[in-house]
Design a protein around this ligand. Structure first.
Ligand code: DGY
Length: 323
């Protein structure tokens, strides 16, 4: 029997691509060039499975491709706000994602940003590299202590819980959170966490606010000028979720006017474009969407896509069904 035809939109870790080749009639993207709308449409017309990732826009136009041969979209990534799920459903596609395997590494990046922003690590590194450093002195680059402070989490899914665990047990931080779909009590029992009744309640009490909610329409500009004003003046905002959750312009103003103290961002509104003002500000740490970027995690993500494809083509229920 011939193997299903699979198209992978971007370059994947070598070991996953090799495994892909063994199991499927696969077309890989050796040059790692982003695909255009019409190339993605062609892929849906000519392959049984298409495996996009978080930087591919799979909107209604792409999903309107006719006649559609594809039956499954095996997304490399946990987030799926780049896929028009309603259009995918209408097109009869199954959509899968890659949860769990990137939880720890993404939480580690949130911790990295928190520590860097609080301790002015990016600024300090630039200071050394530009040879501006004149030596130790009691008043030099005074920053904010993290240990013992309150971490406020907006969204309390797996990544938020992993961050809370590291912050509470490693840095003695108090945990406050808001999630419209709160986690099972046993999953947060060791965190001594305070459940808040609203986002605003978290914002008012947290020293560090970390965002862990999905992107897309429902949370578009959730953190805007008004909500930034509710944060403490010496608070820090961390975003490893999706760029459009924060109104970047309002954040620039808040950082500039001292409405909040600092921010750490791994995701941006118009990724990979970054609001020009942020690039010149010392009180914001900027990373290029590195949350899941470890060898171990990226391989695990690819293998998870493969697991979903294998189940799908074996006629079994997929493990990570989004649609
Ligand atoms: C995801 O998986 O959604 C991340 O943003 C990239 O790993």
């Amino acid at each position: 029997m011939s193997k299903p035809k699979v198209l992978v939109t971007r370059a994947w870790p070598r070991e996953v691509e090799e495994e892909m080749r063994r199991r499927y009639d696969v077309t890989l993207n050796a040059t790692d060039t982003p695909m255009t709308v019409s190339e993605l449409q062609d892929a849906l017309r000519n392959y049984d499975a298409v495996c996009p990732t978080v930087c591919d826009r799979i909107g209604a136009e792409v999903l309107g491709a006719q006649p559609m041969r594809a039956k499954v979209l095996g997304n490399f990534g946990v987030g799926f706000n780049h896929i028009d799920l309603e259009a995918a459903r209408k097109a009869g596609l199954t959509v899968t994602n890659t949860p769990e395997v990137l939880t720890d590494c993404t939480a580690d990046i949130a911790m990295t940003l928190m520590l860097m922003a609080a301790r002015r690590a990016g600024e300090g590194e630039r200071h050394v590299r530009t040879r501006a450093w004149t030596g130790w002195r009691p008043t030099h680059m005074i920053a904010t202590k993290v240990t013992g402070k309150t971490l406020g989490l907006i969204g309390m899914g797996r990544i938020a819980r992993a961050m809370a665990h590291k912050a509470h047990h490693g840095f003695d931080m108090k945990i406050a959170y808001f999630d419209p779909f709160p986690p099972a009590p046993e999953s947060i029992r060791d965190l001594d966490a305070t459940q808040c009744g609203s986002i605003e309640e978290v914002l008012r009490q947290a020293d560090v606010v970390s965002l862990h909610c999905p992107g897309g329409k429902e949370n578009y500009h959730l953190i805007n000028a008004e909500r930034l004003k509710m944060m403490k003046r010496d608070a820090i905002l961390i975003n490893t979720a999706r760029g459009d959750v924060v109104e970047e312009k309002a954040l620039v103003d808040a950082l500039r006017n001292g409405t909040i103290k600092a921010a750490g961002l791994d995701v941006f509104e118009a990724e990979p474009k970054v609001t020009e003002d942020l690039l010149t500000m010392e009180n914001v740490v900027l990373l290029p969407h590195l949350g899941s970027a470890t060898r171990e995690t990226r391989v695990a993500m690819g293998m998870r896509v493969l697991e979903n494809l294998d189940l799908f083509f074996a006629g079994k229920p997929v493990r990570d069904k989004v649609v």
